[in-house]
Structure formats: C-alpha cells, structure tokens
Design a protein around this ligand. Structure first.
Ligand SMILES: Nc1nc2c(ncn2[C@@H]2O[C@H](COP(=O)(O)OP(=O)(O)OP(=O)(O)O)[C@@H](O)[C@H]2O)c(=O)[nH]1
Ligand SMILES: [Mg+2]
Length: 562
C-alpha cells in the first residue's frame, strides 16, 4: 500500500478506534506493487498439502524438477524455475524475500523470459513455516495459481487465504485449478467433475466478492492431455508482454484501492461526524441558554441602565468636550472629579456572577453534564477540563479580562467620536464664555454711557462709569451673575453631551457592543469540539475523494437498509 493510503487508514483508525483490517498489517499477504520488478513476474502454486502442486509444475514443464511426495513434510523450500538471463535478478530478489529458503533452476527457453515459475510449500499443514514462506512470496506474486485437489476442494483454509489475497490483487490475475480429477472421473464419471468445478467456482466467487464465476481448470497431473490441462498450460505459460504486465499490475492496484475505499467508507466515520456535530450543537445550545444569553442581557442592561457604569464610560468624553469651553472647563475641572468620585466602578463586576452564582460554577455544571452525555468530551477537553475548578476559574477570568478590555475600548471609542465638538461650537464657545465676561459687566455699561451722553460730558461720565464698575457692590453683583450664568452653562453642556452619547449608545450596532466578546468567549469554549468536527470533515472529504478516484460509490443509508 502507498504511504498516503496507509496514513489515511491510520487516521481513520485513530478516530474510530476500530480494528485494523487484515490487509493493513505489515505481514499481510498484500501485493507490494510499487516494489515489483518491471520485467520479472512470479507465477506460484498456492494450495493445501498434497494437492499436487509439485506434480503440476512437473507436468507443465514436461520434466521432473520438483519433488513429489505422497506423505511426510512434502515441499518445504520454494523452487524457482527461471530463464538463465533472469537468474541473477531473481536470486537477488528472492534473497530479500525468503533468504536461504529457495532453490533456483535455470532454463534456456527464451519463451520463459521474465517468468518465474514457483513450486511452493503447502498453506494448511502443521508446518507453520510453510505457510509463512508462501505468504511472504504472495506479497510479490502477481499471478498466484490456486491449486486444490478434488478431494480437498471444500477446505476452508485455502479459501480464507484466497479471500485475503483477493483484496489486494484482482481475481483476473488468478488461475483456479482442481487436480486429481481422474479420481472422481474414474468413480463417478466426467459429469461429476463438472459439478465439482461449478461448485468450486461458486465458492471462489464468494471469497473474491465477484459477481461472475471464474473459470476453473480441472486437470490430472498424470495426463497432460486430459481434461482442461492443455488450456491451463497455455494460460500459465504464455509470455506476458511489458504492456500486459503493466495492465495486470494496474488492475491489481485498482483492486487494492477499491478494497481500501470500501473499508474507509464503511469505517463508521459518517456516524462519528454526525455525533460530533450533534455534540457541538448541543454544547452550544446549553452554553447559550444557560450562560451566554443571560450574561449578554445582563451586560447590555447595565450598559444602558446602570448610572455608575455609564458615568465610567461617558465622563472622560464629557471632560474632553468641555475642555473646548473656556471658564466652563475650569468648573468641570473643579466639580467634575467630585461627581465622578461617587461613581467609581469596576467594569468586571458586571460579569462575575449570574443568577447569584459564579460564572465558573455555571461552566463546571454544564461541562460535567456534557461529559456525562458524551465521554468524547473527556478526550477533547483533556487539556482544559472545564468541569474542574482551576480550568473553569481560568475560563471565567478570561471572560472578565475580555470584558474589561472591551469596555475600555468602548470608552476610548466614545471619546474619539465625541470629545471634539464641531467647528461652529468651537467658534461660539469663546463668545458665550469670554464674550459674556467682557460684555455684561464691562463693555455693555461703558458703551451705554458713551452712547447716551453728549460729546462735552464724555470724558467725565465715562470715567464715572468706570469708577462705578470698579465699586465693590457692582463687582459682587457681576460675579454673582456670572457665577450663576456659568454654572447653568456648565450643567447644560454636560447634560447635552451626556444625552448625545447615551442616545448613540442605544443605537450601537451589535459588533461594537462590549457584550460581543461574550460570544467570542463562547466560541473559544467550544473550540475543541469544533476542531474535532473539522478534523472529521476533512478526513471525510479525503475519503470521498479517494473513493471517487477508486471508482467506489458511497452507498446511501436506504441502499444499506435494502
Ligand atoms: N491421481 C492423482 N494423483 C496425483 C495428482 N497430482 C498429484 N498426485 C499425487 O498426490 C501426491 C502429492 O503430490 P505432490 O505433487 O507432491 O503434492 P504437493 O501439493 O506438492 O504436496 P506438498 O508439497 O507436500 O504440499 C503424490 O503422491 C502425487 O503422485 C493427480 O492429478 N492425480
Ligand atoms: Mg510439493
């Protein structure tokens, strides 16, 4: 299997915790297509004890190269029949796969170039090393010949191995042989052989999970002309061109990919994803209904109705705005702090408790319930066990900090927007302040005297007026008037600025609202589940892409029910 496919399988196993499929094990008899030699191919006899594998090799070659035995251990080493030019390469290859466990016989027939005909030990005897050797070779054998004798054809072991091998190689590359047909034909006639062939073909089709029954060749190794022997010999011995080899390897590779794709689609990831999404939704709903929504309401409500919090937000802006008004700014500087002193507030106080309970305690309750409802939460929140004291306190403190920052930002934003009055106000402000101070007590009485009197009395009257203006009683009267005037002006300006800001605060959009950080905080709390969902989704996408490339279609739930 390719490394990326292997990785995909591992990822799915990591998520589902399922059992590793047989074909994904390192030692499984899975065809290693990538490591195959381009021009050399293995054809090996795979079958149970004494079925006639060695006899079949001899009969095919018309000479006795393999040792035949009706009892005892039988064939225990692999025997490779190789064209002489290929022998070096084949020896090197076999040395890597089954070191010291093979013999090599060279021949000089060019028609056998590239082909390695293998006689192998049985796959069902008491000798475990026999099976091991054959399984190892199967990892490199493009063309296994499945040999069964007529008396043993219903044995389960060979069929089981066939089923495993057929997951990584296509049955089109296989040949199926029933040996010792002479024994049945002699006793029950030729028709009995045909019936057994047909039944064997059914079993093979089931094992390989194919619809069409494969061809089964009935032979007797003692007569190379009887039954299907001549046709079988042609099928085994014909020379595979490079094109044919690459076609057959491609077919095997497709089969492997289909096997993996089907397994991936059936691995239960859809269900995991569904459960994870439900968990995410459920956790979100619980958090929203029990903490987030009430908290947003609480913060919003206090932003609008709590005079202390409002003063905290608005006071700096009022200060800055009134700074543009001469004299009024002095009153603000003197009296403003006195007002705001009574209104000191810690903004974080507004989110420490909810319905008389600490936020952290709400969190602990919610996450303890989530753990109960889905143990997956234990894994996802392994680093942030929100059902425990320390992590939930930390999460709650994080929210306080966020809100503090948001309110500070809010305060700054207001100040940026409102602290500088418009051009007209800045023009009018000196007139309404300094102008008033000069006009009413000084300029207006002098001008009045100047305009009332005739030119001859001008100097004297004017001087008299100035003297009057400087009298103690007049000064007191003027200061009294101005004090009242400026106090009223200060109060009016404060009221006007405050009202404007409050009006603005009421129509503020939600994203600017300090309470928006509570939603952000909620997302953060749900992050582990969201990441898990994302991980599953991306795995799902990869699987779907892989399945599509392998030509395997996901069966819908209705199909499965059918
Ligand atoms: N009647 C009959 N006997 C056969 C046939 N093929 C093999 N035999 C006999 O079956 C016995 C086993 O034959 P082998 O060729 O050694 O069988 P094998 O599968 O190589 O056996 P192991 O290497 O031990 O697994 C021998 O006595 C053969 O003579 C056949 O087609 N017909
Ligand atoms: Mg043998």
């Amino acid at each position: 299997m390719d490394a990326p496919i292997r990785q995909l399988v591992d990822q799915v196993l990591g998520v589902t915790g399922g059992r590793r499929p047989d074909w994904a094990n390192d030692q499984a008899p899975v065809l290693q297509i990538q490591s195959m030699n381009d021009s050399i191919y293995l054809i090996g006899m795979i079958g149970g004890k004494d079925v006639g594998k060695s006899s079949l090799i001899n009969a095919l070659l018309g000479q006795s190269i393999a040792r035949v035995s009706g009892f005892g251990e039988g064939t225990r080493r692999a025997l490779a029949y190789v064209f002489q030019d290929d022998s070096m390469t084949v020896r090197r290859q076999l040395d890597q796969i089954i070191p010291d466990q093979f013999d090599l016989i060279e021949h000089t027939q060019p028609s056998g170039q590239g082909r390695v005909l293998l006689d192998l030990p049985d796959i069902d005897s008491i000798y475990s090393e026999h099976v091991e050797l054959t399984r190892r070779l199967l990892r490199h054998m493009l063309y296994p010949v499945w040999v069964q004798s007529i008396e043993k054809y219903a044995d389960r072991e060979p069929i089981h191995l066939l089923a495993t091998v057929a997951r990584s190689n296509t049955p089109e590359n296989f040949l199926f042989v029933l040996t010792k047909s002479d024994q049945v034909a002699n006793r029950h006639g030729k028709q009995a052989v045909d019936e057994l062939k047909s039944d064997f073909a059914d079993r093979v089709a089931r094992a390989c999970q194919i619809v069409d029954r494969p061809v089964v060749y009935a032979v007797t190794n003692t007569d190379s002309q009887a039954f299907d022997f001549p046709e079988l010999a042609r099928k085994i011995l014909f020379r595979r061109t490079p094109e044919r080899l690459s076609h057959d390897r491609e077919a095997a590779s497709r089969r492997q990919r289909q096997t993996v794709a089907r397994w991936l689609l059936d691995a239960g990831l859809d269900e995991k994803l569904l459960i994870a999404k439900r968990l995410h939704d459920h956790a979100g709903q619980v958090l929203v209904s029990r903490v987030v929504e009430p908290l947003v309401d609480q913060v919003t409500d206090r932003l609008i109705h709590d005079p202390q919090l409002q003063a905290h937000l608005i006071e700096p802006t009022v200060n800055a705005r009134l700074g543009y008004w001469p004299i009024v700014n002095m009153i603000q500087a003197t009296l403003g702090p006195v007002l705001s002193l009574t209104r000191s507030v810690r903004p974080a106080d507004i989110s420490q408790t909810l319905a008389g309970r600490e936020i952290a305690s709400h969190l602990r309750g919610i996450f303890a319930e989530l753990v109960q409802s889905d143990p997956m939460v234990l894994t996802l929140y392994a680093r942030d066990k929100l059902w425990e004291h320390e992590p939930s306190d930390r999460a709650s403190a994080g929210l306080q900090q966020k809100l503090d920052l948001a309110i500070q930002k809010h305060r700054k934003g207001l100040s940026e927007k409102f602290s500088r009055p418009g051009f007209l106000t800045r023009m009018v402000a000196p007139v309404l302040t300094i102008g008033v101070v000069i006009w009413f007590p000084i300029l207006q009485p002098i001008l009045q005297t100047l305009l009332q009197d005739s030119a001859s009395d001008l100097t004297r009257e004017t001087i008299l007026t100035v003297v009057e203006l400087l009298s103690a009683s007049y000064l007191l009267q003027s200061v009294g008037f101005l004090a009242i005037y400026f106090l009223i002006l200060w109060m009016w300006l404060r009221w006007r600025t405050t009202r404007r800001i409050q009006r603005y605060l009421r129509q503020k959009t939600e994203t600017d609202h300090p309470a928006a950080v509570i939603l952000e905080w909620q997302d953060q709390l749900l992050e582990p589940i969201r990441q898990y969902v994302e991980q599953l989704e991306s795995l799902q996408t990869k699987i779907d892409e892989f399945a599509a490339s392998a030509g395997v279609i996901r069966s819908r739930p209705s199909d499965q029910a059918a």
